[in-house]
Design a protein around this ligand. Structure first.
Ligand code: UDP
Ligand code: MG
Length: 320
């Protein structure tokens, strides 16, 4: 941690060997133009390719480049957190390694910060080169999340943002493991503003966010920012009981005062399947919350660092 530098750029990486060097060069060009002191904190999130070797090479040649190496893959949001833990700048920028977020925008973010804003987030006005499916699910997710939480999370923003030191400190003081950083930043408050940008295609390589990880992130976001799903059970239970009650009277009336008797099997099976389905999904919802409570209760460290390069002070192998 270089205390007192002006800007720290945090870059999480998972198997990004194809993009690191270009990312480094583009970042460097932007940062040199700023004319302020800076550091680039790469976090290697357990990559299995040459990412680590490449960054170590950069570290040897340029001491403003730092590397935090994880003992295994802990996930994007945790990697970003580790970067923030190790960043010492007056301001901290979070950016993806794949150049989908243009580094050139950092200059605009710094300008906004100088105007007195504490958080400047990038707002994607267009996403290039991403599949129709990804765009649709992302758009639906942001809107659903917004409708379910009381925290005002801006739609169509990623983690690409600049934060003041005090916001970064606030975030690193929250040690919850279901992390959804853009939500946590909104929760923290402070003076926030946005800059618009067009999200480019990935410079090279594949997305490191397969559907499985997207679902996980969405569930983390939902469960850490809303308890509404838990209330679905009570509302649904109430509505269904009311319907059942009314139906009971209909059936009794038919039985007592008319000759028609209901034919049963098919409708019984249908109703039974429907209700078991609903019950099991609600148990699943409960399970999501309980599982997360259990994870938190264990109180394990968020991540383990196997090596840290170019940091002045030697640091513990792990932080809580
Ligand atoms: N990433 C990471 N750990 C993971 C998955 C992704 O550190 O387990 C990093 C990845 O290297 C990249 C950033 O998170 O810098 C965003 O990932 P990606 O570009 O694959 O996501 P997408 O833009 O497709 O949503
Ligand atoms: Mg990307």
């Amino acid at each position: 941690m270089q205390k007192g530098c002006f800007l720290s750029v945090v870059v999480p990486m998972y198997n990004e060997e194809e993009v690191i060097e270009v990312t480094y060069r583009r970042l460097k060009a932007v940062l040199d133009k700023l004319g302020e002191t800076y550091e680039i904190v790469f976090v290697n999130d357990g990559s299995r390719d040459k990412t680590s070797d490449i960054v170590r090479g950069l570290c040897a040649a340029d001491e403003s480049v730092k590397l935090v190496e994880f003992s295994r893959n802990f996930g994007h949001q945790i990697a970003v957190t580790a970067g923030m833990d190790h960043a010492g700048g007056r301001t901290v920028v979070l950016i993806d390694a794949d150049l989908q977020d243009p580094p050139e925008l950092i200059a605009d973010m710094v300008a906004k910060w100088r105007q007195g804003y504490d958080v400047v987030y990038g707002k994607r006005i267009e996403r290039k080169g991403e599949s129709w499916f990804k765009k649709m699910t992302a758009a639906a997710f942001y809107r659903l999340l917004r409708s379910m939480t009381s925290v005002n999370i801006p739609v169509d923003t990623g983690d690409f943002r600049l934060m003041d030191r005090k916001v970064c400190d606030a975030l690193t003081s929250m040690r919850e493991r279901s992390r959804f950083i853009r939500g946590m930043v909104s929760w923290a408050g402070f003076k926030q503003t946005s800059v618009d940008y067009v999200r480019d295609e990935r410079f090279a390589g594949e997305t490191k966010y397969p559907l499985r990880k997207m679902v996980r992130l969405s569930l983390d976001a939902m469960t850490s920012f809303s308890t509404k799903p838990l209330k679905i059970a009570s509302v649904l239970g109430f509505v269904l009981s009311a319907v059942g009650f009314v139906y009971l009277f209909v059936v009794l009336y038919q039985r007592l005062f008319t000759d028609t008797t209901m034919q049963g099997w098919t409708s019984m099976i249908a109703i039974s399947l429907l209700f078991h389905g609903i019950t099991l999904s609600l148990l699943g919802v409960l399970g999501e919350y309980i599982g997360r409570t259990y994870e938190e209760a264990k109180g394990r460290p968020l991540y383990l660092v196997s090596d840290a390069v170019n940091f002045q002070e030697s640091r513990d192998a792990s932080r809580e």
